[in-house]
Design a protein around this ligand. Structure first.
Ligand SMILES: [Zn+2]
Length: 341
């Protein structure tokens, strides 16, 4: 009797210990239907959410974020990065902050659209929800997350002044197409490089072509990466996705957080397909505006349906300390394992 009790106690303790000592870095791309919400859980268990999806729709996006957080074993969000103050990134915050405790909130500073009607509303709602939790970051700053390195590479329209260790002179700059300076919140996006051993993950929010070129030329200031979240939901019809950056980053795997009809076009897919040595393209949604040759294989698309039929499936990456990472489609459990170069 006593032995049995001890055994079940030990079993319970083992489960608790397993939850406390994660062995992987996990990244979830939550389906917020063309908005952005990426949940990162460090091997230490500390969490960082990047963006909160849209407002409205009966708090659909906040509920999906909470569901992903609960599935990941979280009871709170330790850190939140708001890349910029557009509704598809900051809109879910008010509902999410009522549903779950949120620790620190990192942003790029005042919205450049705060004097426009819609921009003012988003900015004021953000200030009300974020309260005294805000911390403003600039390029080169670190966002502390136990067990991984997170370096801010872009914020408030500026990019890191000096190349990082893995940066290099970029041969793709000569003759590369340039686009005019963007003066919206997109170009203000806070972007960061996460490093965990040999694995690197780049998320630059909706950073625009002109700022991508600042990161890419004449020196690729970031270096090559293992995994990239496609800029701007899949380059948004050429507003982002400068090949001089995307192709020189040489991401092995790209995750596109597109909506069925937002962000991702045939041209966006072509830019991804031409990445040298790309090993995997994963999509949040099947691009309804893309033709059959310009979507990745159905196995690697989390949501094939749109509108009311959309189930809100996520894509997840689990990264081991040896640099191996497995990407899984939550819809069909299809997965592939890659090795960070
Ligand atoms: Zn966006």
């Amino acid at each position: 009797m006593r032995t049995l009790k001890l055994a079940s106690l030990l079993a319970a303790a083992a489960i608790l210990l397993a939850a406390q000592t994660r062995r992987t870095l996990d990244i979830y791309w939550i389906d917020v239907e063309g908005g952005a919400s990426t949940l990162i859980i460090a091997p230490s268990g500390e969490s960082l959410l990047v963006d909160t999806g849209f407002p409205g729709n009966d708090d659909r996006d906040a509920k999906r974020i909470q569901a992903a957080a609960v599935a990941a074993g979280l009871t709170k969000i330790d850190n939140l990065v708001i890349t910029h103050f557009h509704g598809d990134h900051v809109g879910g915050l008010a509902a999410l902050s009522k549903a779950m405790p949120i620790g620190k909130i990192w942003d790029h500073g005042e919205s450049i659209e705060a004097s426009q009607p819609n921009g003012a509303m988003l900015w004021q709602n953000y200030l009300a929800a974020a309260g005294n939790k805000r911390k403003v970051v600039k390029p080169g700053d670190k966002i502390p997350l136990a067990g991984v390195d997170i370096t801010v590479v872009s914020a408030n329209g500026e990019v890191i002044a000096k190349p990082m260790k893995r940066g290099f002179v970029n041969e793709l700059c000569e003759g590369a197409e340039r686009k005019p300076t963007d003066n919206t919140e997109n170009s203000r996006s806070t972007g960061f490089l996460l490093t965990y051993g040999k694995f690197t993950f780049l998320d630059v929010g909706d950073l625009t072509w002109d700022r991508e070129m600042m990161l890419a030329c004449p020196t690729n200031k970031i270096g090559e990466v293992s995994l990239m979240q496609a800029t701007h939901h899949g380059f948004s019809n050429g507003q982002s996705g400068a090949p001089a950056l995307i192709w020189s980053l040489k991401p092995q795997v790209v995750v596109v957080n597109n909506g069925a009809r937002k962000g991702f076009s045939n041209g966006g897919y072509e830019t991804l397909a031409k990445i040298p040595q790309v090993e995997g393209i994963w999509q949040g949604h099947k691009g309804a505006m893309n033709d059959a040759d310009h979507n990745t294989s159905d196995d690697m698309i989390a949501n094939l349906e749109e509108g009311a039929a959309d189930k809100g499936n996520w894509i997840k990456a689990s990264v081991s300390s040896d640099g191996k990472f497995t990407v899984t489609n939550n819809r069909n459990k299809f997965s592939k394992t890659y090795t960070s170069r």
